[in-house]
Design a protein around this ligand. Structure first.
Ligand code: SAM
Length: 242
């Protein structure tokens, strides 16, 4: 596989992707301000990799964005290969920079992450998705998770960090909670950027309860499915499937 590939023809341009394709700068600010607790969530990912992956492993970063945190958490682990897939050309160019001196083989592909199984033919050891599976409807999440299970090596791991519904919440009440949290805890976005982000969340985020994330994992064929981390504002949780 070449160092980087561009699958422009297959890029979905819709409400869930356009904020990233048109204006990566908004999300870059969110990462820099740690509004979504990247530092804590990715620290948990690193802890899992150190504990569970004691042999050389490949790491597939789906919807990798700029890979800023992925590149840091993989340092001094047993990672030997990194593959990042994203729809945003701008994010992928940042990701390439972040992995430049990683010391392991890195590949970057511009594509819909749902098509990963058409692109990656060999089994992978770790599949990681940060903040991106929630754009899918529940049935599509299940189909995606089945594909991940099939693509993993026998002792492979699937780990996601995603927004969650609290018990009894629906899209309307989740959005209300998101907005309250946003005004209380998030910093650094201009009024226009905040409006653009809130529209993205209102129109395209489809969280699941923690219980449903675990149920989906079991239905997808994983023997172990567990919540391993809750982020401080209560919006995001990390799940591990094995
Ligand atoms: C919220 S960001 C998450 C980035 C990174 N995973 C992180 O943890 O910060 C969502 C990323 O998913 C990408 N994305 C959204 N939909 C996608 C799709 N269908 N296929 C590939 N990438 C997608 C966006 O370009 C963006 O980089």
């Amino acid at each position: 596989m070449p160092d980087s590939e561009n699958r422009n023809g297959d890029i979905p341009q819709n409400i869930s992707t356009e904020i990233f394709i048109k204006n990566w700068a908004i999300y870059k600010k969110i990462i820099e301000n740690d509004n979504m607790s990247h530092s804590d969530g990715y620290a948990k990912l690193r802890e899992i990799l150190m504990k569970d992956m004691k042999r050389p492993f490949s790491f597939l970063d789906l919807a990798c964005g700029d890979a800023h945190y992925s590149s840091k958490v993989l340092q001094d682990t047993k990672a030997v290969k990194y593959i990042g897939i994203d729809v945003s050309a701008e994010a992928l160019s940042f990701a390439k920079e972040e992995l430049r001196n990683s010391g392991f083989e890195s590949t970057f592909i511009r594509a819909d992450f749902l098509d990963f199984d058409k692109i990656i033919k060999k089994p992978v050891d770790v599949v990681w998705v940060g903040f991106s599976v929630h754009h899918l409807e529940t049935a599509d999440k299940l189909e995606f998770m089945k594909k991940v299970k099939k693509a993993l090596s026998s002792d492979g791991l699937f780990i996601v960090y995603e927004p969650i519904f609290l018990e009894g919440e629906n899209q309307g009440s989740y959005y209300k909670r998101f907005k309250e949290t946003f005004y209380l805890h998030w910093t650094g976005l201009s009024k226009e950027e905040a409006e653009s982000l809130l529209e993205h969340v209102r129109e395209s985020e489809k969280p699941e309860t923690a219980e449903d994330w675990i149920k989906l994992g079991k239905e997808a064929g994983f023997n172990q499915a567990e919540k391993v981390f809750s982020e401080k504002t209560g919006l995001y949780e990390l799940f591990k499937f094995k």
